[in-house]
Write a protein of this length. Structure first.
Length: 153
């Protein structure tokens, strides 16, 4: 009677099932903790693909064909969003973080200005405030066209 597990037939069928469920629970907890740790590590030490632009070179490039004349595209450059606007004579790259409260500005082609959707600030292509509550201009980045690439630095 010291080893009651062998004498009770229910114990033999219940114990493996319980072990299997404990194994599944443990595996689920380990996978969940691994996912949390992975997310935390990627947040604290983001890769260059997440940051965009490459830390060493300090440049971001994209094909010229991605932005038709008069259009714009928001890209990541040195970890920050930039609105890249292509005009007939020049390409501009303006930091998209509004200097008022940090909303993301967008290019409005109908008025040819950068517009902030939060409190209706407007900026020109050099980042200067045209109107609205923004206290200072948007920073800009240097842009050049090399072959079929737009290079932001
Ligand atoms: S956050 Fe852009 S105007 Fe307020």
């Amino acid at each position: 009677m010291a080893d009651g597990g062998e004498k009770n037939p229910e114990t033999k069928t219940v114990t493996p099932r319980r072990s299997f469920l404990n194994f599944l629970l443990g595996a689920t907890v380990i996978v969940a903790i691994g996912g949390i740790i992975n997310t935390l590590v990627r947040y604290l030490w983001p890769t260059e693909e997440i940051i965009g632009g490459g830390k060493a070179a300090g440049t971001t490039s994209l094909p010229l064909s991605e932005i038709p004349v008069g259009a714009a595209k928001t890209v990541r450059h040195k970890g920050k969003p930039y609105v890249v606007v292509r005009q007939a004579a020049k390409v501009y790259a303006v930091n998209a973080i509004c200097t008022h409260l940090g909303c993301i500005v967008y290019w409005d082609p109908s008025i040819k200005q950068l517009a902030c959707p939060c409190h209706t600030a407007f900026f020109d292509l050099n980042g200067n405030v045209i109107t609205g509550p923004a206290p200072s201009p948007l920073p800009t980045a240097d842009v050049k066209i090399a072959g079929d690439q737009i290079i932001i630095s």
